[in-house]
Ligand binder design. Structure first.
Ligand SMILES: [Cu+2]
Length: 382
């Protein structure tokens, strides 16, 4: 490692270069943890819990929009589900013009992978911050209880790793994101967010006793990016996240994203990358936005069962045209496709969808249902 790199890294880790007007929120509790690996203050007085009798299951995560294989109905009692997330700082291309972002990611993708467990399972996460990274990171699970969602116990410098365990007590889809002292919104809007789905042990229901079973599940992570421009209006490129920091925060403070994309880039889920289904298949769509409000809409279809704020103990809304997901939330919607064709799935702020990138496609195959729709007279001169 060069001296310059070390200096950059040290400067970053102290937060001096990046704190700006942002408030470091957990310095006291995490400093001791990061420096000497003593038991974090949060755990003082805790009675040890014996989970040695619980079964363990190691889960291999997959890149969104795909989701790792899982049972919809839990088999047996609660388990300890083991996951690993490796933090990767990397340049990513956002659009066909080659606009770059110095992204910070969980497992190399934006969003990070969807994890699936059942209510009352334990999530045991190994979080790795490789030596090759330049920044301090951690993870805050909205599904977890206490310790800043785990953020207080997981601050890792480059070259460190940590293991967090929490009990998934609430059913639903929940955002997770990086939340390092003094740098929270920058890390979140640089791509460090994803979601976890905590299924009810009996699986999903309509809230009135009818089981809801899906054939497929897709995970769409919506991301707002704030890319600085030069004097001529062209998007700037930087060597490292640290170098981009100051200009990026200036753009962030305008609250005006330059890109709003699904799964990391304009077109990441359209055309050849479209999500697929067959007529008659029931699809569960998980949609997260860790920072900003959004309003998903399936053009030509519906949200037949929608948990807009994603929490499965609530009765889902029926037959929605558009649903509202507040920033910092993951939502879930179920639809059984009834017609073939290309369906655009968009953020129905249509400027955000068509001009900034927040759009995906479902490519649905099968037979057309003339009863649902037909052309009585094709467009022609009247
Ligand atoms: Cu981070």
């Amino acid at each position: 490692m060069t001296n310059t790199m070390q200096m950059t890294r040290r400067t970053m880790l102290t937060g001096a270069a990046v704190a700006g007007a942002l408030t470091p929120i957990i310095v006291a509790s995490t400093a001791a943890h990061a420096d000497d690996h003593a038991a974090p203050a949060e755990l003082k007085g805790a009675k040890k819990v014996d989970l040695s009798k619980l079964a363990r299951e190691k889960v291999e995560l997959v890149k969104p929009p795909f989701v790792h294989a899982h049972d919809q109905k839990a088999k047996g009692g609660p388990k300890i589900k083991e996951f690993t997330l490796t933090i990767e700082e990397k340049k990513m291309v956002l659009d066909k013009d080659g606009t770059e972002v110095n992204a910070m990611t969980f497992n190399g993708s934006v969003p990070g992978p969807l994890m699936v467990v059942h209510q009352d399972d334990y999530v045991e996460l190994t979080l790795i911050n490789p030596e090759t990274n330049t920044m301090q990171h951690n993870i805050d699970f909205h599904a977890a209880t206490g310790g800043l969602g785990g953020g207080a116990l997981t601050v890792v410098n480059p070259g460190e790793s940590t293991v967090l365990r929490f009990k998934a007590t609430k059913a639903g889809v929940f955002v997770y994101h990086c939340a390092p002292p003094g740098m929270v919104p920058w890390h979140v809007t640089s791509g460090m967010n994803g979601a976890i789905m905590v299924l009810p042990r009996e699986g999903l229901t309509d809230g009135h006793g009818k089981p809801l079973v899906y054939d497929k599940v897709y995970y769409v992570g919506e991301q707002d990016f704030y890319i600085p421009r030069d004097e001529t209006g062209k998007f700037k490129k930087y060597e490292s996240p640290g170098e981009a920091y100051e200009d990026t925060v200036a753009v962030m403070k305008t609250l005006t994203p330059t890109h709003i994309v699904f799964n990391g880039a304009v077109g990441a889920l359209t055309g050849d990358n479209a999500m697929t289904a067959k007529v008659g298949e029931t699809v569960l769509i998980i949609h997260s936005q860790a920072n900003r409000d959004t309003r998903p809409h399936l053009i030509g279809g519906h949200g037949e069962y929608v948990w807009a704020t994603g929490k499965f103990a609530n009765v889902p809304d029926i037959d929605q045209e558009t649903w509202f997901i507040p920033g910092g939330t993951a939502g879930a919607a179920i639809y059984t496709f009834a017609q073939p064709g290309i369906y655009a799935y968009v953020n129905h702020n249509l400027i955000e969808a068509f001009e900034l990138g927040a759009a995906a496609h479902f490519k649905v195959t099968g037979d057309w249902n003339d009863d649902l729709m037909t052309s009585v007279k094709s467009p022609q001169a009247s």
